[in-house]
Design a protein around this ligand. Sequence first.
Ligand SMILES: Cc1cc2nc3c(=O)[nH]c(=O)nc-3n(C[C@H](O)[C@H](O)[C@H](O)COP(=O)(O)OP(=O)(O)OC[C@H]3O[C@@H](n4cnc5c(N)ncnc54)[C@H](O)[C@@H]3O)c2cc1C
Length: 428
Amino acid sequence: MVGRASKGLDAPIALQGYDCDIAVVGAGVIGTTTALELQAAGYDVMLIDRKGVAAECSFGNAGHLAVEHIFPLSSPATIAQVPRMLLAPNGPLSIRWQYLPKLMPWLLKFLWAGRPAQVARGTKAISALNEQALTAYRSLDARFGLDGLLHEDGTLVVYESDKGIEGAHKEQGALAEFGVETEFLESTALKDFDPALNPALKGALRFPGSAHVGDPARLVRKLASHFVRLGGRIERQEVRTIEAEISRTILATNTGRVRTRALVVASGAWSHHLARQLGYKAPLETERGYHLMLSEPTRSPRVPTTFAERRFVATPMEQGLRLAGRVELGGLQLPARDAQANALMPLGRDLLPGLDAAETSPWMGFRPTLPDSLPVIGEAPNHRNIYFAFGHNHMGLTHGAITAQLIRELIKGETPSVDLTPYWIGRF
Ligand SMILES: Cc1cc2nc3c(=O)[nH]c(=O)nc-3n(C[C@H](O)[C@H](O)[C@H](O)COP(=O)(O)OP(=O)(O)OC[C@H]3O[C@@H](n4cnc5c(N)ncnc54)[C@H](O)[C@@H]3O)c2cc1C
């Protein structure tokens, strides 16, 4: 059933007894891109979100189309660094301790996913999506227009220590095995490449094949405007319950009912609540992440630049400079801590000496993360015409266009262009 075409949804029909052919729940980058692909394929699609378009995690990410990120988050190397990261004051990883009891089952699964055989499988599965990620965005750009938001000018990872440089060389070797192009810049070459960066940096890896978007929220809004132009409908409603019948699914929302022939659950960090109603377990947690947006910055890097040892990324954007990073494990309910975002400013100054801004604004978003760092993409095993597209962790922007393409292929009954076996929900 997985890894090959689903039976798909028959051609669009006149909507007797239905409110739409396909309801997509969640108007983040995953749901909106999926809704656009399906509307363009001729279906009558309703995109439903309780907060509107790009209102949650897809609003504030770092804008990096990170096709060079092929390794799962859990690995022996990452796990070894966890105690140091947790103990560092204002470090890159934190746990809201009152949430620990609820977090424990996910944490144990995350640790278990770090065993070498699983890491090898995960790396292959992430690479398979990455290989087609940019092509899928180029296709959206060619068919609908992305308004100059797509920048294919590569990215950098910079290092301040000899140990970091040693690690960079090792990583280069590991990435080459998967066809990821890298270029090592020693310190003089790095100064030439980007004079704004701290001259004390020891070197960098450049990823010429990576890309970024100039404003992730504007990208999703742009895709939503194409969707509406093609006849798609956006409803601001909260889906509360899902009732799957043989030939249709009924969504009960805060304002009424939606009767649909097919359903796509693309509800980011809340997707497991909806999947559970259909009898599927997905151990989804949120890795809360932060950004600090700087308007009129006095310094900016040339391309998105990750500071390896300090674990954050600085991305030049249309509205200024975005410093992004942090992983805070604390669930969906606890309030954001602005101090986490503000702590990015001194780190930014270590990367870009003399950095200042007219204004700064902090933000927090809920990354949806499964323990094995793979998303769920595919048809519900025990239901026809119900599909899942969630759990894209740190890679949701990167995998937005390819996920949408895969769901469109499944719904049309075509063989998906990536083998979907590793991403099926039944793996948990
Ligand atoms: C600081 C930070 C930096 C990041 N940087 C990058 C990066 O550089 N590159 C990258 O690829 N990724 C990055 N990410 C990750 C990326 O942003 C996410 O993976 C992606 O946004 C997830 O998209 P989504 O559509 O699944 O979820 P979301 O954008 O969260 O959308 C889900 C939507 O579902 C709606 N919803 C949920 N439940 C319901 C319901 N019951 N009824 C109606 N609506 C509902 C919500 O309102 C929400 O709008 C970053 C994340 C963070 C936090």
